[in-house]
Design a binder for this molecule. Structure first.
Ligand code: VGL
Length: 196
């Protein structure tokens, strides 16, 4: 796939947010069009692997009766229960060597962001990563929170627009605006930088 992969360079990392079965077709919290991003993500994974760029993949990994679940008074249907089929990565995702970021494991609160009490920023420093290319699910929830936190932590954040999908279209559009305003670069995979 032609596109922006060639811009991947030393000091970069690739972050795939929550590309899990429960967020894809047939899942407990299916995000419209989620399956469509998998081939594009695979092409980024392949390009990263070829250049020795680290790949990080986060996963929601909730205990039963997590506080974010509706029966517990939360916002979401139960999803991504630790070790369940729904918590597995999309079966089409081709992950060679990757580091898992496991989140949403706490009994007392949710963690949308990959930076929220995971130690991820420390790992990025260890790996010499200064800039992250980001795709995954969902644009208006965990991708948004992760990109905003990444900027706050001092990393350059590049969101690959075609490699993500929102739970809500309206919230997704708003998330894109807020990320761009905060300093994230929104990349149009086929055309280059879309917004600054
Ligand atoms: C997410 C809804 C609930 C996400 C997680 O990964 O974006 N969305 N929990």
């Amino acid at each position: 796939m032609a596109g922006q992969h060639e811009k991947l360079q030393k000091g970069d990392g690739l972050l795939l947010v929550d590309v899990q079965r429960d967020f894809c077709a047939g899942g407990k919290l299916a995000v419209e069009g989620a399956d469509e991003i998998v081939p594009l993500l695979n092409s980024w994974i392949e390009a990263a692997a070829a250049k020795g760029i680290p790949v990080y993949a986060s996963r929601d990994w909730h205990p039963l009766r997590h506080p974010s679940f509706q029966p517990q008074g939360g916002k979401w249907p139960p999803h991504c229960i630790a070790d369940s089929d729904g918590a597995r990565f999309h079966p089409g995702l081709r992950l060679p060597e990757w580091l898992a970021i496991t989140k949403g494991v706490r009994f007392d609160q949710d963690q949308y962001s990959v930076f929220d009490q995971t130690g991820f920023a420390v790992q990025l420093l260890r790996d010499g990563v200064k800039r992250l290319w980001v795709g995954g699910l969902a644009l208006d929830v965990c991708v948004f929170a992760s990109v905003m936190d990444g900027l706050q932590a001092g990393f350059a954040m590049q969101l690959i627009r075609q490699a993500t999908r929102p739970v809500s279209r309206k919230d997704g559009d708003e998330a894109l605006r807020m990320m761009a305003r905060a300093g994230a670069v929104i990349i149009d995979h086929s055309q280059g930088v879309e917004q600054k």
